[in-house]
Design a protein around this ligand. Structure first.
Ligand code: HEC
Length: 195
């Protein structure tokens, strides 16, 4: 570095007519530069030599665990109060519930709730109970043996309530070609093809 007060000084060399000035760097810049080096040394010793602080992955892990704990606490609270819940009639909640239904449930229950793989949700026959709370429980727990997925941890408690409230509005509607009631579904007749 050139500390000559007669600044700037033109350096001797020349590259195709291009000349270089040896400017004195501003002091603040130089101190910032030394500061960065000192910080880097401190950082290296703190995080990588002494291992005194958590690295990114560990920090992520801690926050993720805190998030999961919050989520399970909210779920536990929801499930503890589930029997006191009633279907919402709020238009915004019902619209959200319909959106969720069309996205996640319609492939099995049909967009109008008439039933496909999953049962008809519009008639007055219910496999797992006809109350709103029965519906909430089925949505949360699923019926794994029968192909109804569990939505615990996938849908938020508010989303489960929204979609169940939407289903509640389907009751008594008469979609075309509904899936027959499970207790009245025609039983297979005639000899088995394997006999
Ligand atoms: C992979 C297909 C599938 C998806 C997706 C699905 N269900 Fe189901 N659902 C079923 C089946 C099959 C049953 C019947 C379970 C049984 O026979 O016990 C069922 C049963 C139900 C019942 C109970 C019906 C009764 O008669 O008691 C409700 C309520 C329900 N589902 C709501 C939902 C909601 C809400 C969603 C979306 C968040 C959803 N289902 C997504 C297949 C599905």
């Amino acid at each position: 570095m050139n500390d000559n007060p007669q600044e700037p000084k033109l350096l001797e060399h020349d590259a195709d007519g291009i000349r270089e000035l040896d400017n004195l760097l501003p002091r603040w810049w130089v101190w910032l530069f030394y500061g960065c080096i000192a910080f880097a040394v401190g950082y290296l010793v703190y995080y990588h030599v002494l291992k005194a602080g958590p690295l990114q992955a560990a920090e992520y892990d801690t926050e993720w665990k805190a998030g999961e704990a919050l989520k399970s606490a909210a779920l536990a609270k929801f499930e503890a109060t589930i029997t006191t819940l009633t279907p919402s009639q709020d238009k915004a909640v019902l619209a959200q519930g319909q959106q969720i239904f069309l996205t996640y449930c319609a492939p099995c229950h049909r967009p109008d709730g008439g039933g496909l793989v999953g049962p008809n949700l519009c008639d007055d026959y219910w496999i797992h109970g006809s109350n709103y709370v029965d519906n909430l429980k089925v949505i949360i727990n699923g019926v794994p043996d029968k192909g109804m997925l569990t939505w615990r941890g996938i849908l938020k408690p508010s989303e489960v309530q929204a979609v169940a409230s939407h289903i509640y509005t389907l009751r008594g509607t008469k979609p075309p070609n509904p899936k027959p009631r499970e207790d009245q579904a025609p039983k297979p007749t005639g000899p088995s093809p394997f006999e």
